[in-house]
Design a protein around this ligand. Structure first.
Ligand code: SAM
Length: 239
């Protein structure tokens, strides 16, 4: 992968960035995403924020190599501290990290989100924690994608600030409100694979001398719920 050939995951993230956006890519190892968007002519202003020196230096190298120093500023900073009011950032991407880290970066840098019109978040795991943060902070989920690449299935969440409070059910937080509406084949595959893995875990637990019966019962109940979600025709399970 490089800025001219984004992975399917990063291309999915890039597709949600609107033309003309002023972008902050937080955790911008190599700066591939902002570099690709500038090279495509889609944006002409971006911050590439990185907290670790090695990846920051990779970002500096890529920006220089692609001759994009006028359009992309690399910043060595923790999370949203990379953004200043003068940047007038309207779009924040945080991709390729766990959901709890994404939620903590957003929480720690909440004051930097004033004026930001959209968040594009791609947790590798822990999507529910991201959706919980969004609901608690009045960001409405206006787009969701699910993408398979190299045996991994990734979810991408687009969220926009809302002036009215709203509520997502436990199902919507877990599965994604818009992914749940569509139930695309990749979505079903993700949860079928999850069920298979957990069934193996249950089988192992049952072999123990004293099987943890309550834990097994809770897991079995969860798997029943997931199977109901992926096989039922209900568009919107309520809880
Ligand atoms: N965003 C790129 C992508 O999706 O391909 C890079 C993902 S890489 C796995 C995660 C990057 O986030 C690492 O380079 C890591 O150093 C950086 N990171 C982790 N916590 C961060 C924070 N608090 N602020 C800025 N960068 C952070």
């Amino acid at each position: 992968m490089d800025a001219e050939h984004l992975s399917a995951r990063l291309a999915g993230v890039a597709s949600l960035v609107p033309a003309g956006a002023r972008l902050a890519d937080i955790g911008s190892d190599h700066a591939y995403l902002p570099a690709a968007l500038v090279l495509q002519g889609k944006i002409n202003y971006a911050i590439a924020g990185e907290v670790v020196k090695g990846p920051y230096e990779n970002a500096v190298h890529e920006i220089t190599h692609q001759q994009l120093t006028d359009e992309i500023q690399p910043r060595l900073a923790d999370g949203l501290a990379a953004i200043t009011p003068e940047d007038k950032i309207d779009t924040v991407v945080i991709a390729g990290m766990g959901g709890s880290l994404i939620a903590s970066i957003l929480e720690k840098g909440r004051d930097k989100l004033v004026g930001v019109k959209r968040l594009i978040l791609q947790p590798n795991v822990g999507e529910k924690q991201v959706r919980q943060w969004l609901m608690a902070n009045r960001y409405q989920i206006t787009g969701e994608k699910i993408i398979e690449e190299d045996d991994h299935i990734y979810e991408i969440i687009l969220a926009e600030p809302s002036i009215v409070p709203f509520y997502y059910s436990q199902y919507e937080l877990e599965f994604g409100p818009l992914l749940l509406e569509k139930k695309a084949p990749v979505f079903k595959k993700k949860w079928q694979e999850f069920c298979q893995r957990e069934e193996n875990v249950i089988a192992q637990m049952q072999k123990a001398q004293q099987p943890p019966l309550q834990k097994i019962a809770r897991l079995e109940e969860k798997l029943r719920e997931i199977k109901e979600v992926i096989t039922s025709d209900h568009r919107y399970p309520t809880n």
